[in-house]
Design a protein around this ligand. Structure first.
Ligand code: MG
Length: 219
C-alpha cells in the first residue's frame, strides 16, 4: 500500500490504480515508429512499483533497455464514473511530476505479438513520483513546460499543450469505462526524447508550476 501526502492538502491519499496513457504526444508516437492512435492507449501500473523523488530506480537484471518517460501526473481526489470533460477538474485534487520507467526491449517484443506489455511497466521502482501541487494553485495542466535531464543533459523538452488528449478528455475517456477512485493516479503520457539510462545515471524532471523530481539509477 502506498500513501501520498500532498503539501497544501490536509488529506493523505492511498494510491489505488495507476492508469497510464500511451502515445499521447504525436512526436513520441512517431519516435517509437508507431501509428497515431485513434483512441487513447491505456495501460496500468501497480502501486508496488512506486518510489519517491530521492529514492533509487533499480535497474532490473532481466532487461537491456531501461528507458525514462517524463509525465504530468493527475491525482484523483473524488470517486466518479462517466465524468463529463466539463466536470473533470472537480475530480482532480493535484498535479504532479512523474517518471514512467519502461523496459523498451520487453515492450517492443510483447507489442510484436500483440501481448499485454505489463512486464515492461510494472517492475519495482518503475513509477517515480516527485512534487505535487493542489489544483487550487490554479495552474492550467494543459499548458505546462515539461523537461528531463540525464546527467545534466536536457533530453526531453515539450509542453503539455502538445498532448493529443487533454487532461479533461483523458478523465472523461477513462471514467466512461471504469470508476476512477479517490487516490488513483493518471500518467498522461510522455513527450518525445525518450531514451536509455544506465546504472549511476542521475535523472532530474521538472514541470513548470509544479516542481521537480530527482532519481539515480542503481543496481
Ligand atoms: Mg508512459
Amino acid at each position: 500500500m502506498k500513501k501520498i501526502k500532498i503539501p497544501g492538502l490536509e488529506k493523505e491519499y492511498i494510491v489505488g490504480k495507476i492508469v497510464c496513457v500511451g502515445k499521447n504526444y504525436l512526436e513520441h508516437a512517431k519516435e517509437l515508429g508507431d501509428s497515431i492512435p485513434e483512441k487513447p492507449v491505456i495501460f496500468m501500473k501497480p502501486p508496488s512499483s512506486i518510489i519517491f523523488s530521492g529514492q533509487k530506480i533499480i535497474y532490473p537484471d532481466f532487461t537491456k533497455s531501461l528507458h525514462y518517460e517524463t509525465e504530468l501526473v493527475l491525482l484523483i481526489g473524488q470517486t466518479g464514473k462517466k465524468i463529463k470533460k466539463e466536470k473533470a477538474f472537480e475530480y482532480i485534487s493535484a498535479y504532479g511530476v512523474g517518471l514512467d520507467m519502461t523496459l523498451r526491449d520487453w515492450q517492443s517484443e510483447l507489442k510484436k505479438f500483440g501481448h499485454p506489455w505489463e512486464i515492461s511497466k510494472c517492475f519495482d521502482t518503475s513509477t517515480v513520483l516527485g512534487d505535487f501541487v493542489p489544483k487550487e494553485k490554479g495552474i492550467n495542466p494543459n499548458n505546462l513546460e515539461i523537461k528531463l535531464w540525464v546527467n545534466e543533459e536536457l533530453k526531453q523538452h515539450d509542453n503539455t499543450s502538445n498532448m493529443i488528449y487533454s487532461v479533461e478528455k483523458i478523465v472523461e475517456y477513462l471514467s466512461f469505462y471504469f470508476t476512477l477512485e479517490e487516490g488513483d493516479l493518471i500518467f498522461t503520457g510522455t513527450p518525445q526524447g525518450v531514451g536509455e539510462v544506465k546504472v549511476e545515471d542521475k535523472l532530474i524532471a521538472e514541470i513548470s508550476g509544479i516542481g521537480r523530481l530527482e532519481a539515480v539509477v542503481g543496481s
